[in-house]
Structure formats: C-alpha cells, structure tokens
Design a binder for this molecule. Structure first.
Ligand code: PEP
Length: 251
C-alpha cells in the first residue's frame, strides 16, 4: 500500500511563491510514485494556477468545502467546485475549522458525503486538545469524533476516506506527539473501525509538527500510513525530505 504525504498550506503563499515552492518540490523529486502519494492543499485562490501539477506527479487537494452542494452561501466553495479545478482530495474537520467555525462531527460527516459524491477523497482530521489529553480523555474524544463522523457520513464514505490523527496540542507548536503516543491512538482508531465493521484498510495519517527530523520514526510505526504536514510543507527542502522518508519505508 502506498503511503501519503499531504501538505496543508493553510492561508499562505501567492501565485509566484507557490510556483517557486512547487518547482522546488519537483526538482527534488518530491512527487508521487507507487510508494508515496504526494498531495498539496493550497488556498482556493491558487488552485487554478496549480492546475498542471498532476501532470508532474503532485496531486491537489482543497482545505475545506461547504456542507451543501450549491446555492445561496456567499463566500463558500462546494466539493464539486474543487473537483472541477482538478482536486482529488479535500481536508475536512481540521481543528482550526472545528475551533474557529464551530464545525461539529456531524458537519464534517455531511461534508465528507458530498465530497465523495463529487469524486473527492476526504482527508478527515480528528484529535484531542491538550486539556483532554491531560484529563486522560484522548481515547474517549477520538471515539466520540469517529462515532459522530460515521453516523453522519456512513461506513462506505468513511471507508473510502483518509483519516488524519492530529492532536491539537501538536499543531503548529513544534511539539510533535512521540511515535509511541501517535501509534497508540492510531491503533485505537484502527480497533474502532474494525469494531464498526470496516473491512477495508483506511489510511491513517499523523499530523502535528511533522518535520524531516521526526518523520522517519513516525512512519516506521505499524499503524501510521503517512503524514498531514502544515508548516514544513511550505519549505521545499523540508517537505521533500519528509516525502523521501515515506518512500524509504519498507512496503
Ligand atoms: C496542520 O495544521 O494540519 C498541521 C499538521 O500543522 P503543523 O505541521 O504545522 O503542525
């Protein structure tokens, strides 16, 4: 099974700097092959000018989509619009959206359904906050998020998605989860999915301060199938090294 390295550019870059970054990735060979799927998720404004990326082996994803398929939703973007611009993936339920826009597990599930209908693969984020971890509630939170997601989206949609475990306390802090902490949550997610009757292998990515220095150890964990990368995805050399670590994992 190939693993994933997905870059979340968030609200960064303009056309020229984005083209420079992509050129830096292609020059360093940070492109998809049979071992690793490389995806970048630029802001909406850059999607059209990133259109020819797929020909170079880098797939495109959106960072969010709306929970309705079309209509009077000023300022919003539908899953079908992302697909129309060449996206194959869409990040859903990122903790920044859950926190800043009150997105619930059910909202994320509805979006995932529409994303699948539009031919996109949802990359669904979940994870606990620092206080939830300190309270010993990590597994409860993960299980609640998974339950809400599956109830809203259905097993078939979640089975054809990618799940990213992103502990909120590790995002953008430079304080990544240890490989042991990440592995135990991934194993739990896997257990919950099997318990709910999932038979297919849902790729489980880790996200939260992944760098070229910690990627290899994380990728070596049995239940970690890749990474969702924020800050380090904006630096060509760093992101390319992460892709390289993914490629070097035994199949
Ligand atoms: C993210 O925002 O999805 C993320 C993982 O960010 P960072 O890698 O910067 O922690």
């Amino acid at each position: 099974m190939s693993c994933f390295v997905i870059g979340n550019w968030k609200m960064n870059l303009l056309q020229v700097s984005a083209q420079d970054l992509v050129k830096g990735l292609v020059d360093r060979g940070a492109v998809s092959d049979d071992r690793v799927s490389v995806v970048v998720c630029p802001p909406y404004t850059l999607l059209a000018c990133m259109h020819d990326l797929t020909a170079q082996g880098i797939m495109l994803g959106g960072q969010n989509c709306h929970h309705a398929s079309k209509g009077a939703f000023t300022g919003e973007i539908s899953a079908e619009m992302l697909s129309d611009l060449g996206c194959r993936y869409v990040i859903l339920g990122h903790s920044e959206r859950r926190r800043d826009y009150n997105e619930s597990d059910a909202d994320v599930g509805h979006k995932a359904k529409l994303a699948r209908e539009a031919g996109l693969v949802p990359v669904i984020c979940l994870g606990e906050t620092l206080s939830e971890r300190q309270d010993g509630a990590t597994f409860d939170v993960i299980e609640r998020q998974l339950r809400g997601l599956i109830d809203a989206a259905g097993i078939d949609v979640v089975a054809s998605s990618v799940i990213a475990y992103e502990p909120v306390w590790a995002i953008g802090t430079g304080l990544a989860a240890t490989s042991q902490q990440a592995q135990e949550v991934h194993a739990r997610i896997r257990e919950v999915l099997v318990g709910r009757g999932f038979t297919s292998h849902v790729p489980l990515l880790y996200g939260g301060s992944v760098t070229a220095d910690n990627a290899s150890e994380l990728f070596a964990c049995p239940d970690i199938d890749g990474a969702l990368v924020g800050g380090a995805s904006l630096k060509a050399e760093e992101f390319a090294k992460i892709v390289d670590h993914a490629r070097r994992q035994p199949a």
